[in-house]
Design a protein around this ligand. Structure first.
Ligand SMILES: CC(C)(COP(=O)(O)OP(=O)(O)OC[C@H]1O[C@@H](n2cnc3c(N)ncnc32)[C@H](O)[C@@H]1OP(=O)(O)O)[C@@H](O)C(=O)NCCC(=O)NCCS
Length: 290
């Protein structure tokens, strides 16, 4: 019989086994499972079958208690297609309602039809999309532009400028596949791991980006998001992050950016597109108010 229950330390091996079978072993769960168990705002849950965990998901309360962030939905390949993800998603939504939070959100790839179907089944709607691009070997990219000087800023310095500039759609900031309301506390939290850069023009923000080096299965990855008022601003930040990736010894880059700049990116001669890199190469934010 299947039981849905909170995950615990002793489930580690089963969780790692599921991760080994997800995205050809490039899953990030092995890097964060322990932190879920120590985090009072995380509610990792799993489906137990024959004394083993065969599916899991985590609900993390963020944005000062307003948002239930749904993440890491996984079902072991041997048990897919039996409704386990549907059951877990419904369970997590009830969990969020009981905490309670005001809304639930998650991001997924726009090409992940199953994930989109699951979200719709619990009443979640797509709020906005951001394009993404992934590439190996930033050290090989010699391209740089520096039309304008970028300034590194702290969370406290950038908050009011970000609000005034209206650069960020819905004031929801995407950072490494996660989305946060733009608030002083939220920015400070992101600032614990990421760094922020801006360019100001006649007193207001013309562009903003954030980035950090994270552990990935293939080595260090420079992950960044760019919000820009035009293509020149976009390229300026892109060049900066390619340099940051190089300086931090990262072996790959992962970027999220506004769909308006997809063509600008694809026109750069160093950009290597995956075989099927098109509109599906985007992430989407799903949301439901509770
Ligand atoms: C995505 C995943 C969690 C689905 O798990 P699952 O237990 O097989 O899903 P379910 O059996 O509950 O079925 C999901 C629903 O999606 C539907 N579905 C499956 N493939 C689909 C597709 N290609 N397009 C649209 N809907 C699809 C199913 O028909 C089912 O809907 P229904 O109940 O209305 O018929 C699982 O495949 C997985 O772990 N994938 C790798 C990790 C991942 O992508 N996680 C989600 C994003 S973070």
């Amino acid at each position: 019989m299947n039981i849905i229950r909170p995950l615990r330390k002793s489930d580690r091996e089963d969780v790692l086994e599921i991760a080994r079978h997800t995205w050809e072993g490039h899953d990030y769960i092995p890097y964060i499972f322990d932190s879920w168990l120590e985090d009072k705002d995380s509610h990792p849950v799993g489906v137990e079958y024959n004394d083993h965990i065969i599916a899991l998901a985590n609900l993390r309360v963020i944005d000062d208690g307003r948002t239930g962030w749904m993440e890491a939905l996984r079902v072991h390949p041997n048990h897919r297609g039996k409704g386990l993800a549907t059951a877990l998603t419904q369970y997590v939504v009830r969990l969020a309602e009981n905490i309670p939070v005001y809304c639930i959100r998650y991001t997924t790839s726009v090409g992940n039809e199953t994930s989109l179907h699951l979200a719709e089944a619990v009443g979640m709607k797509r709020k906005f999309d951001l394009a993404v691009h992934w590439q190996e070997n930033p050290a090989e990219i010699s391209w740089r532009v520096s039309s304008f000087l970028l300034h590194e800023v702290s969370a406290n310095e950038v908050y009011q400028d970000l609000i005034n500039a209206k650069l960020i759609p819905f004031n929801i900031l995407v950072h490494d596949w996660k989305a946060f309301d733009v608030t002083p506390k939220g920015l400070n939290k992101i600032g614990l791991t990421a760094r922020f850069w801006v360019r100001k023009h006649t007193g207001s923000l013309a562009s903003f980006s954030l980035g950090f080096a994270r552990d990935a299965s293939s080595g260090l990855q420079w992950s960044f998001t760019i919000y820009a008022s035009d293509a020149t601003e976009f390229l300026n930040h892109l060049s900066h992050h390619v340099e940051m990736a190089f300086q931090s010894g990262c072996t790959s880059i992962f970027m999220a950016f506004e769909p308006d700049y997809v063509e600008t990116l694809h026109n750069l001669d160093w950009v290597r597109l995956e075989e099927n890199e098109d509109d599906e190469w985007a992430l989407t934010l799903l949301e439901r108010m509770l």
